[in-house]
Ligand binder design. Sequence first.
Ligand code: GAR
Length: 224
Amino acid sequence: MPINRTTPLRVAVLASGRGSNLQAIIDAIEAGQVEAEIVCVISNKKDVAALERARKHGLKDLFIDPKPFAGRPDSRETYDRALLDVLQQHEVDLVLLAGYMKIVTAVLVTAYVNRMMNIHPSLLPSFPGLDVQKKAIDWGCKLAGCTVHFVTEGVDEGPIIIQAAVPILDEDTPETLAERILIQEHKIYPRAVQLFAEGRLKVEGRRVFIDAGKLTDEAIISAV
Ligand code: GAR
């Protein structure tokens, strides 16, 4: 974990679409709330808004096309090897998956143990995977939320860093609930990055402890 750094934390963001979480992190860095530098934004999809957002802020944007790797039994691993090369060339300290809709393999996970985070729009371990806002409504949950966690080989399974909860209202649709959750995503992801930058995250097994310089309830951010 980086403590007492003299240079900013070097971050890569991997995104496949809209990039609103990327934007939240860019904004937090530009506002001085997160002490980090985004050294590249990488996508497995061409022409996505996330790459456009990166360009708008003068950040390096890269599209790594999965097509040349397709059709081989180890296509996911070879893709990740190419991605890892890029991350290493950029001397990346921390990798952020932000709406990155591609399962990462052991190639990346082992290179970035406890140095790769993901944001997921549910209160894990409930509802990993896709369409999770609909699943939470259909299940009859009263609370939903979002989770920032370290990435392990199991999808949406890694040690939980921060979660935020929101109510599920009777009239909610998956879209209205997703909007409410997204507001919290944009708060907790930059916060998790800053905690990492400050060297305050300690991982013990499945548990992530936030080293408290002061008394804090950051592990449980509840919100309306
Ligand atoms: C976010 O809601 C994020 O939590 C979700 O995709 C959306 C991306 O939005 N990620 C996952 O479902 C990963 N399992 P964004 O592109 O605007 O950040």
